[in-house]
Ligand binder design. Structure first.
Ligand code: SAH
Length: 268
C-alpha cells in the first residue's frame, strides 16, 4: 500500500491512538495506575493487561491520578499472543541483553519505527510490550517482537521501574508526534505496496513451519537447539508483509503435498 498525502496525514494523527501499551503479568497494581497516568500525560489511551496478578484496584486508581478511563477501558487478556494478535508492529522492551540477540533500538528509534508504520499504513496497530517487575519478558515473549528497545542507563543499574519505562517510551512517541505536525508530508511516505502481516497470521506460519520441518525430520522437538527461535528471529527481522506471508504458507503447503507429509502424520 502506497500511502497518499491524506493517508499520511491520517497516519500522523493516528500515531498516538494506534499504539497500545501492553503490560505483562504486572504484580503491583500501583504500577498499572502509574503507567496509565504516564500514557494519559502523553496522549495515549489504549492499555492491555496480560494476566495481571491483580485487576486494577483502589491503589491503581490512586496512582493513575485522573487517568481513570484508561484503567476502566483496559483490555485484559490471558497471554501476549492474544494482546498482539491484530498488530503489525510489535516492540518489546528489555533492560538487558539476552542470549539470542535481536534487532535492538533506542527509544527514539522506536518512535521513528512507530511513525513509519503508522504513516505507511494509517490503521496499523502497534504494541509496546513491557515485562514483569521481577523478571522482565521471557525469551519466548521477546521472540514475538520485531524490535527490542533498551532505555540506555548506567550499566551497573539498568532496570527501571516498569511505569517509569512506560513514561520514557510514551514521551518519545509524543515528541515524534509533535515533530510530525510540522513535517513535510511527502518525506514521510513509505512506498511499501502491501499491508504488513499481523502477529496472529505470522504465528500460524511459525506453527506450520515447525510442523513441516518436524515431518521432514529437519527439526527435532526433543533436541531443539534454538532452531525455531533462530527462524523466528530471521522472519521477525524481515517484517513480513501479507503477500510474503501467503507465499511462505503456499511453499509449506506445496512441500507437504510433494512429500505427502500429511498422509504420514498420525491423526490427532
Ligand atoms: N529484572 C528484569 C527487569 C524488569 S524491569 C530484567 O532483567 O529483565 C520491568 C520492565 O520495565 C521490563 O520488563 C521492561 O519492560 C521495563 N524496563 C526496565 N528497565 C528498562 C530498560 N533499561 N530498557 C527498557 N525497558 C526497561
Amino acid at each position: 500500500m502506497s500511502a497518499n498525502t491524506s493517508e499520511v496525514a491520517a497516519g500522523v494523527a493516528g500515531l498516538l491512538s494506534n499504539v497500545r501499551i501492553v503490560l505483562v503479568n504486572t504484580t503491583h497494581t500501583g504500577n498499572i495506575g502509574a503507567a496509565a497516568r504516564a500514557m494519559k500525560n502523553m496522549g495515549l489511551s489504549r492499555l492491555t493487561l496480560v494476566a495481571p496478578k491483580q485487576q486494577p484496584d483502589a491503589e491503581a486508581y490512586a496512582r493513575s491520578s485522573r487517568a481513570d478511563e484508561i484503567l476502566d477501558q483496559a483490555m485484559i487478556v490471558d497471554d501476549l499472543e492474544a494482546a498482539i494478535a491484530d498488530c503489525q508492529l510489535v516492540i518489546g522492551t528489555s533492560a538487558r541483553q539476552r542470549n539470542l540477540c535481536w534487532p535492538l533500538i533506542t527509544p527514539r528509534q522506536m518512535a521513528d519505527e512507530a511513525a513509519k508504520a503508522s504513516m505507511a499504513q494509517p490503521d496499523a496497530q502497534i504494541a509496546l510490550v513491557f515485562g514483569r517487575e521481577d523478571r522482565g519478558l521471557t525469551n519466548e515473549e521477546l521472540a514475538l517482537c520485531h524490535f527490542h528497545v533498551n532505555i540506555p542507563t548506567d550499566e551497573s543499574f539498568s532496570s527501571l521501574n516498569v511505569a517509569a519505562a512506560v513514561q520514557v517510551l510514551v514521551y518519545e512517541l509524543r515528541v515524534k508526534w509533535l515533530e510530525l505536525q510540522d513535517a513535510t508530508l511527502p518525506d514521510w511516505q513509505d512506498e511499501w505496496d502491501v499491508d504488513w502481516a499481523d502477529a496472529a497470521g505470522v504465528e500460524r506460519f511459525y506453527q506450520h513451519l515447525e510442523q513441516v520441518l518436524t515431518d521432514l525430520d529437519f527439526y527435532d522437538p526433543e533436541n531443539p537447539r534454538n532452531l525455531m527461535q533462530r527462524l523466528r528471529r530471521l522472519y521477525q527481522r524481515a517484517r513480513l508483509d501479507q503477500t510474503e506471508l501467503n507465499i511462505l504458507r503456499g511453499i509449506l503447503t506445496a512441500t507437504e503435498k510433494a512429500a505427502d507429509l500429511k498422509a504420514k502424520r498420525p491423526k490427532s
